[in-house]
Design a protein around this ligand. Structure first.
Ligand SMILES: NC(=O)c1ccc[n+]([C@@H]2O[C@H](COP(=O)([O-])OP(=O)(O)OC[C@H]3O[C@@H](n4cnc5c(N)ncnc54)[C@H](OP(=O)(O)O)[C@@H]3O)[C@@H](O)[C@H]2O)c1
Length: 299
């Protein structure tokens, strides 16, 4: 399939339909933060083959775009009926929270595309702003995808979105955008003060929400407020937190540096109807945002 054919395709098959019955559903994304070298190769390959993941998340900051793309490419070459949604996120070169001009955005896209190339034809590429980098960045991304003839080098970028956008920055972006972000990837756990507020804004504007740091990067897995509730459902805190996010309708960006086969039963449990958090318990979890635990504060 040529590059131009990919851009022209009208209906893509739903990735979940190509996944075998006993693996994760389409709401799961395999995140690759902290994975590199052998650990990336083993875990991402297993996530695709064993876990059935068809969504993969990377970022220029993770410094693994080249390997991620190559592992996905090898998988797709062996699996002609599958396709993968690959997300990368751009940020300033020095990883600082400085503002990005239009030129900075184009340069960042060039760097990421160079790392990801050659992208397999059955990769659907999404690019997100990793965090707020000023008001010029979104119009720059819009220009790249709406003016294809001027930017032919970026024709593989099919969708654009944001990450870590909350409150006024999010509403301002939605109010001024010519193209709405397809997704907002945010820290999503009950202790984050903005998680549910941001979800509500995104839902009312038909922007998908991908949750990251759903397990508080393991920091709060022993917290009593969670352990008691998890015990009532005879589950671990990790499963409880993932299920809470799942019931809120978000996409789950999960990851593992250990063996995927050890984590997979939990992830399957999360998507199963045999585990439903009762409304009263959902309400208790929903009220915990006052505790104000934030891993990533980009404000
Ligand atoms: N947009 C952003 O700014 C942003 C920020 C952070 C992360 N992300 C994305 O989100 C992905 C996930 O985030 P994260 O890894 O930082 O945080 P996380 O999901 O909160 O925590 C990951 C840790 O949870 C553990 N874990 C996974 N499944 C588990 C289970 N069933 N039971 C117990 N522990 C479990 C893993 O341990 P083991 O390694 O031992 O398996 C892993 O180290 C990243 O890979 C990245 O793609 C995006």
């Amino acid at each position: 399939m040529s590059k131009s054919e990919v851009g022209k395709r009208k209906a893509r098959p739903d990735a979940s339909r190509t996944v075998a019955a006993n693996v994760v559903c389409d709401r799961f994304i395999f995140g690759t933060y902290r994975l590199s070298g052998d650990s990336l190769r083993t875990n991402l390959k297993n996530a695709l083959e064993l876990g059935g993941f068809r969504r993969v998340d990377t970022a220029s900051r993770y410094q693994n775009e080249k390997d991620v793309s190559s592992i996905v490419r090898a998988f797709l070459e062996q699996n002609p009926d599958d396709e993968v949604v690959l997300t990368t996120k751009i940020a300033p070169t020095d990883d600082s929270i400085t503002l990005m001009t239009r030129v900075d955005v184009v340069d960042a896209l060039r760097r990421s595309l160079a790392e990801l190339s050659p992208l397999h034809p059955r990769v659907k590429l999404r690019v997100l702003l990793h965090y707020y980098v000023g008001d010029a960045a979104w119009p720059a991304l819009e220009a790249v995808v709406s003016n294809r003839s001027f930017y032919p080098e970026f024709d593989r970028i099919e969708e654009i979105g944001v990450s870590n956008y909350h409150g006024e920055r999010l509403t301002k972006l939605i109010g001024s955008a010519k193209i709405k972000p397809v997704v907002n990837q945010i820290e999503f756990h009950p202790l984050h003060p903005d998680a549910l507020k941001t979800l509500a804004i995104c839902v009312s504007n038909k922007i998908a929400v991908e949750g990251h740091s759903l397990l508080t990067q393991s920091v709060m897995l022993e917290a009593e407020r969670f352990t008691k509730l998890a015990a009532a459902y005879e589950r671990t805190v990790a499963v409880l937190l993932l299920r809470w996010a799942f019931q809120h309708g978000v996409f789950l960006c999960v990851s593992s540096t250990s063996a995927i086969s050890e984590r997979l039963p939990d992830w399957l449990d999360v998507q199963s109807d045999s585990l439903i958090i009762q409304q009263g318990d959902m309400n208790s979890l929903n009220k915990m945002f006052d505790d104000n635990f934030v891993l990533y504060d980009y404000n």
